[in-house]
Design a binder for this molecule. Structure first.
Ligand SMILES: [Zn+2]
Length: 353
């Protein structure tokens, strides 16, 4: 039945009507709030490229976590900035690691807040890659010989250099598994591997089960794309690779079918929940994953997505609050059940929680 019997505008006439027929609803219960935890006491170091986001010492991270909980946000996800970095990522898996300590403190000082731990090695490796690196020589001498600075390679990876190092998959799995067990022992509720090594979900699941953590769920960053939208995060987590890039393990942004295979494999290996990252430039991937897989689906609104909105809002070029809510609704509408976002607290306040 067409016009004039049908008038689509009838149901848009008032806010009451629009609310009544709204198809997608965002609630604070869908939000996960990321925190960057650093050593020290009372330390708050603003992240220049992410206005409103800071590296926080554990005491201040606990305060943020408490505030998030009071706003009705069900979970935080922790990223760690360790005291020191090395070639075996020891800061990731020692029991006194920064995330382990922060987890214990947050669990002690909050009531029911879930602690998710991002599980990756890049923040803890001296070379900044997500896995074990094998080189012809060592990374530092590669850099010295090339006569370039690390940032040269962030934008223009040298082809000759590319052939001289490798991120070793299987050796990395052992460290990831060891880290997952250490995080579970510290009280982490959900382990979220983000490294994109093949077989890591299976390795982590087996290690957790072996050590008595069979009830600890895995939220796998199953379809994580090699994205320029991670730029500000690398400043926040101090995790930029010192040479080369991450394209040999993170996914090519052009590939949707491959994303479905990645997700399928992670589920076969025992992932309980899956994630697509970034969110807004990959809404089609979220929608396809929603169609195809009947498991909880998360999406990460990443640092670059956050930074773009904040930068435009600071110029008064966009209405910040409306753009934030519109972007989160878009991610939800595409099919995400869970949204990891730096706007979690702002959104929860706007949602009136
Ligand atoms: Zn990483």
């Amino acid at each position: 039945m067409g016009f004039p019997v049908t008038r689509m505008r009838r149901l848009r006439a008032s806010e009451r009507l629009r609310t009544l027929v709204r198809e997608t609803r965002l609630t604070h219960e869908a939000l996960v709030y990321p925190l960057f935890v650093c050593p020290g006491h009372g330390v708050r170091k603003e992240v220049r490229s992410m206005p409103g986001v800071a590296n926080l010492a554990i005491d201040l991270a606990v305060k943020e976590a408490q505030e998030a909980e009071s706003l009705g946000i069900p979970a935080v996800i922790l990223f760690g900035l360790p005291e020191k970095k090395d070639e075996i990522a020891s800061g990731a898996w020692i029991d006194e690691g920064i995330v382990q300590q922060a987890t214990r403190a947050i669990k002690r000082e909050t009531k029911q807040l879930l602690v998710v731990a991002d599980l990756c090695l890049c923040e803890y490796m001296s070379h900044g890659h997500c896995g074990v690196v094998r080189t012809a020589t060592n990374p530092e001498s590669l850099l010295a010989r090339s006569g370039k600075t690390p940032s040269d390679f962030a934008t223009a990876p040298g082809k000759a250099l590319q052939r001289e190092y490798e991120i070793v998959n299987d050796a990395t799995l052992e460290i990831l598994a060891k880290t997952a067990v250490s995080l579970a022992r510290a009280g982490v509720d959900i382990i979220a591997p983000s490294d994109m090594m093949d077989g890591r979900v299976g390795a982590i699941r087996a290690a957790l089960d072996r050590e008595g953590y069979s009830n600890t769920p895995i939220l796998s960053y199953a379809a994580k794309f090699a994205s320029a939208f991670y730029g500000p995060f690398r400043e926040a987590a101090d995790s930029a690779p010192q040479f080369g890039d991450r394209r040999s393990y993170q996914m090519d942004g052009a590939n949707l079918r491959e994303a479905m295979r990645e997700i399928e494999l992670d589920l076969e290996e025992g992932a309980d929940m899956i994630m697509v990252k970034p969110a807004l430039p990959y809404l089609d991937v979220i929608a396809a994953a929603r169609q195809r897989f009947d498991v909880p689906l998360a999406a990460y609104q990443v640092s670059g997505e956050y930074a773009m909105i904040q930068a435009a809002a600071q110029q008064n070029w966009v209405d910040r609050d409306r753009v934030v809510m519109e972007s989160l609704i878009a991610i939800k509408r595409a099919g995400a059940d869970i949204i990891l976002t730096y706007f979690a607290k702002d959104a929860a306040k706007m949602l009136g929680c």
